[in-house]
Design a protein around this ligand. Structure first.
Ligand code: CTP
Length: 382
């Protein structure tokens, strides 16, 4: 049994499906999340109906809810956004893949086939929306067991060949839930990476999957897996350095492009250019990486050089990226903390908040002020 009653959206769709006499099910991530006691982000429903009926029912739902929808005639999927909820209603299907990462041929079928075509056992459970079946969980591949054992497991050994995006999806779930891959699935990931199945995907697709991972609060854990399985190295065909020594709290507040810069800036120009082209990125990853390497070099020199550099380049320093990477450098932290309150007027130091600066000096928190006020070289240019 599973608590679907507290979700009005599930009850509403169940009511519509029941009134139309359709065998329909809640499937995929929402079932997994409910079993984990997590509020689902979106809802996927499957109906055991043919192509034409699916088309008609999608239109009927749209009319009843007075809600627009996107319909895909090739895949028989209908996407609704109803009162802020993302809802997918799809025709139960059997899928055939004719090649690596090929688009599947899709045929109307039963729930079992529909669960069997999915990525992982934990995503291959369903709950019947037929009231007489009382919210029973349909779990032909023991997903519930794997959920309890924190295991990510594919349903068959062609899974990554059919759809290599599943590697990224699995890594996303492993990071998000703190799960691990079962041994056979882990071997299949190695096989997928070594056979370069991922390179059969379009750059935009790979980028999207990586961005989906980056959007997760646990993306750093997922990047441990990306590193462990040498995914970027194989894709780029060179040794990719991933910088994981970062301040995670600040990292999580960055946008995805900045997160990528933080993770990859240590690579040389050739590697960065390859990453840029394979992931279809803009030029900013290269520009930012150069600046960050410069800052890294300056931070190895003395305090005065560091402050001089910061003041000269302050308009080009992205505070959040820099403090994510160089989070251990107290000079930078002090600078960012009092940024805006300190002004350099040609050769003289002036400040906005006198009391605060005096307090800083007293507490010896800002060595730059110490240098200046204890007779540092006043001819230095800023
Ligand atoms: N699915 C799949 N293979 C894919 C994409 C999706 O098998 N390449 C199936 C999975 O059963 C998945 C469901 O379709 O649970 C819905 O896809 P999606 O919304 O992307 O997955 P969620 O598990 O809901 O992911 P999230 O929690 O990140 O929203």
């Amino acid at each position: 049994m599973i608590a679907i009653d507290k979700y009005d959206i599930i009850k509403l769709f169940a009511k519509i499906f029941n009134s139309l006499g359709i065998s329909a099910y809640l499937v995929g991530g929402a079932v997994r999340d409910l079993l984990l006691d997590i509020n689902p982000l979106d809802f996927d429903f499957v109906g055991e109906i043919d192509e034409q009926r699916h088309f008609d029912v999608a239109r009927e739902i749209s009319q009843r809810l007075n809600c627009s929808y996107d319909y895909n005639k090739n895949y028989h999927t209908a996407k609704f956004n109803y009162r802020g909820n993302d809802i997918d209603f799809v025709m139960a299907r059997k899928e055939y893949y004719d090649g690596i990462a090929a688009k599947p041929r899709v045929y109307s079928s039963c729930l079992f086939d529909d669960l069997k075509r999915r990525d992982y056992t934990v995503n291959s459970m369903a709950v019947s929306l037929d009231q007489s079946r009382g919210c029973e969980i349909i779990d032909p591949f023991n997903g519930r067991n794997d959920l309890e054992n924190k295991i990510i497991k594919v349903l068959h050994d062609k899974s990554f060949r059919d759809d290599p995006t599943r590697v990224f999806r699995g890594i996303k779930y492993a990071g998000r839930f703190g799960f691990n891959f079962d041994e056979e699935t882990s071997d299949l990931i190695v096989d997928c990476v070594n056979n370069n199945y991922i390179s059969y995907l379009r750059a935009e697709r790979i980028k999207q999957e990586i961005f989906n991972i980056l959007a997760e609060a646990s993306s750093i854990k997922s990047f441990d897996f990306i590193e462990k399985y040498n995914i970027l190295d194989k894709l780029i065909k060179s040794n990719v350095k991933i910088n994981l020594d970062i301040n995670k709290q600040i990292f999580n507040k960055l946008d995805n492009n900045r997160k990528l810069v933080v993770l990859l800036y240590k690579n040389d120009l050739e590697t960065l250019n390859k990453i840029k082209s394979v992931l279809n990125l803009g030029n900013s990853i290269i520009e930012y990486s150069y600046k960050l390497k410069d800052i890294g070099k300056v931070l190895n020199s003395n305090d005065k050089d560091v402050y001089t550099y910061i003041f000269k380049n302050q308009n080009n320093i992205d505070e959040r990226i820099v403090s994510t990477i160089f989070y251990k450098d107290t000079r930078l932290q002090n600078y960012f903390k009092y940024r805006g309150k300190i002004k350099i007027d040609k050769k003289r130091l002036s400040y906005v908040d006198k009391t605060q600066i005096e307090e800083l000096i007293l507490n010896k928190k800002l060595s730059m002020f110490n240098i200046y006020l204890s007779g540092g070289n006043k001819d230095d240019e800023f």
